[in-house]
Design a protein around this ligand. Sequence first.
Ligand code: EPU
Length: 418
Amino acid sequence: MKQLVIEGNRNLTGEIKISGAKNSVVALIPAAILSYEEVTLYNVPNISDTLSLIDILKLLNCNVDYHNDKMIINNKNIENKVITEDLSKKLRASYYFMGALLAKFNYAEIYFPGGCNIGSRPIDFHIKGFEKLGAEVIIDGNKYIFKAKKLKGAKIYLDFASVGATINIMLAAVKAEGTTYISNAAKEPEIVNIATLLNNMGAKITGAGTSEIKIEGVEHLGKGVIDVIPDRIEAGTYVIMGALLGKKLEISGIIEDHIEALLSKLKEMGVDIKVVKDSKIIINAPESLRPINVKTLVFPGFATDLGQPMSVLLTQANGMSIFEETIYENRMGHIKYLQKMGANITLTDRTAIITGPTKLYGTDVVATDLRAGAAMVIAGLIAEGTTYVEEIEHVLRGYENIIEKLTAVGAKIEIIEE
Ligand code: EPU
């Protein structure tokens, strides 16, 4: 069993360079199979979700050359195969092979996806979208079969601006006959990144990044090249650490606009943030933090993936803060561990009332999901004494070289294996 061991209360000084975005690369890799030629991705983060997707590409007989942060995917010999339960369940994003295989072969067989246990996470919008495009969807236990004679463009309205459904429908529609319109589409930066790769391969997508996306079907997709955008959630996580422990902590390789909601809330709390240029910020932890209210929303609102890390910061604010999660019904698994460490938090449903500042003390805690794990790392870094975090495979799914990056700026953190 692997554990993270963190000695708290050390300042963070120096530079942390942000890696490519997990939630982008996990869709760019499935998108690549739509090509019949080579697709090259740069700035690919070496995280376990990337490696799980490579396993799926290999199952489909694609050739993958992955060195440093460059990945070349060659689909010349691709074969359509059932994506096994074991591979599907390793991560949420395996579901992007539904849209991609359906577009490529008019047929896909894949099991229900995995991912963090943060709510029921249905995929009904994806399925309705595929059906609108003309696919038949058969649910056989926990396996899905998608088949179509021919996919045809359609007008699709999403009941909620779902990131996954927007991307999956975009993937399925790029080669459909005619034009597809997605209304109430999600606007997250990752969607723009995927659309940019698809257009680079020859697709005709406009409106990505707005709530109306138009996809004119094309017959052929060829070579493609893309840079994975910087991971705004990884960036936000380190920025929050800087707000607590930063002494000239530099976060580089970011896109400032992507974390605007977070930066604006931190400034409201009194955190000293200097934007050096568009891609770098310097953070100093203030003497005292003002309490604030945070409500998670779809982009450009405050990201749900940063809610859990943010709640740790609120334990150190001077007074009462309210943190409300609106996207997932079960994203508060970390709260009981913050309470165990000494935080003063009252949790009702999806709302936490956090009163600070309270000293946190190192103890045994659990990373109940990926961002809960990030929250535990932050709590361990500010706690007095030693914090032991279990189930760290969740953290390693999403944060490239987290130990190396934090050690380089002065943290005392290591992985031990028992
Ligand atoms: N929803 C439905 N039906 C659907 C799809 C979504 O009811 O068919 C609901 C979900 O249950 C949830 C809400 O809509 O309550 C939003 O879900 P969305 O589809 O937007 O999320 P996702 O695509 O499953 C991605 C990220 C998440 C991130 C969300 C929101 C990936 C692989 N995952 O999930 O990332 O929280 O968008 O930005 O891209 C994480 O990185 O920690 C993470 C969970």
